[in-house]
Design a binder for this molecule. Structure first.
Ligand SMILES: [Zn+2]
Ligand SMILES: [Zn+2]
Length: 340
């Protein structure tokens, strides 16, 4: 079989490899579609501190069960599936509390362990989820990022009555918008890209702010009659973005603020900024317990998927994916790799 190996930043190769055999409790997945995520960019560009080289990227993986290992009861050959990106121990305190995403030894597929940019790979039965037969694989590759949207909105306890602000309307911002709209919230979307704001409007944003040409704070004040936003998602995650989002006027008293990035530069946040308004700053990482409900939402066609994927590229033309990662073409939103 063929696999993609990133050897070092900006270096990759297409290799021939032995098709793996599923061990006890594992399944062999024949890949059909893989989403390309920002974290795959970070891996290739050498910006993911958790990644070790050589590494096979890919954590938004959809495919077909090719073979089942001994003791596997949940699946049979031919089942359509998605694979969780979280690889967890199952026995630490966090795992036992249902928080596998923050397992003490958690590993993200495609970063800390090899991912799905290969024709076949094995995964533990309990990290694999059954798909409806009629769901196109290209769409199924979006289940993992939608699970992230389900997880972070759950972490923030988003309620129908909330006014939500999302900064950064890329794939994850757009997904959070849809999850919040589905709950009935009012959603304000902010970005510097006009095409991303147009898409947000098209997906039901109640109010948009172009932070390149408009003042976010005064726009929020205007939309909320001076109250501020109840829930804020920082899906832009640049140095200083979190501090900016805590400016007087942006969060409502008692607001929940969820940073989604992994920026390592220091922010300028004080205790007074948090406690003066009793704000909650809530961490979120990957997802836990979100695949089953997200697949159910996909089955119900609860989300709009048009306009999320801008480029579908065949696995045999993988060079194009890496080219696009190095210099993203104008208008590119998200790539999905399709396997023949
Ligand atoms: Zn991702
Ligand atoms: Zn664990």
């Amino acid at each position: 079989m063929k696999q993609i190996s990133v050897k070092a930043p900006f270096q990759y190769s297409v290799e021939e490899a032995q098709r793996p055999k599923p061990s006890r409790g594992e399944v062999l997945v024949k890949m059909k579609a893989a989403g390309v995520c920002g974290s795959d960019f970070h891996l290739f560009l050498g910006e993911n501190p958790m990644a070790k080289f050589p590494r096979i990227p890919g954590h938004e993986n959809a495919g077909i069960i090719e073979e089942v290992g001994e003791g596997v009861t949940k699946f049979k050959k031919g089942d359509h599936v998605v694979v969780d990106l979280v690889v967890a121990c199952g026995s630490c305190k966090q795992c036992k509390n249902g928080r596998r995403n923050i397992c003490r030894t958690v590993k993200a597929r495609g970063a800390a362990v090899d991912g799905g940019w290969r024709e076949y790979f094995t995964a533990a039965e309990h990290e694999v989820y059954l798909l409806p037969e009629d769901l196109p694989f290209e769409e199924a590759a979006l289940i993992e990022p939608f699970a992230i949207g389900g997880h972070c909105t759950k972490r923030a306890d988003v309620q129908e009555s909330d006014v939500v602000l999302i900064l950064g309307m890329g794939t994850i911002g757009t997904i959070i918008l849809q999850v919040c709209k589905e709950k009935g919230c009012k959603v304000i979307c902010a970005d510097i890209k006009e095409n991303f704001l147009k898409r947000a409007e098209n997906f039901g944003a109640d109010f948009i702010v172009n932070t390149k040409t408009e003042n976010l704070n005064s726009r929020i004040q205007k939309y909320t009659n001076g109250e501020g936003a109840d829930v804020i998602f920082d899906a832009a995650g640049y140095p200083g973005s979190l501090t900016m989002l805590l400016e007087k006027g942006i969060p409502a008293n008692g607001a929940r603020i969820v940073p989604l990035g992994f920026c390592t530069s220091a922010e300028s946040i004080t205790q007074s900024m948090i406690n003066g308004r009793e704000l909650s700053i809530i961490g979120t990482r990957m997802s836990s317990g979100q695949f089953v409900p997200t697949i159910e939402k996909f089955r119900q066609k609860a989300y709009r998927l048009d306009g999320i994927v801008s480029d579908t590229i065949l696995f045999s033309e993988i060079d194009q994916v890496f080219k696009n990662m190095q210099s993203p073409p104008e208008g590119m939103a998200k790539m999905v790799i399709l396997f023949e």
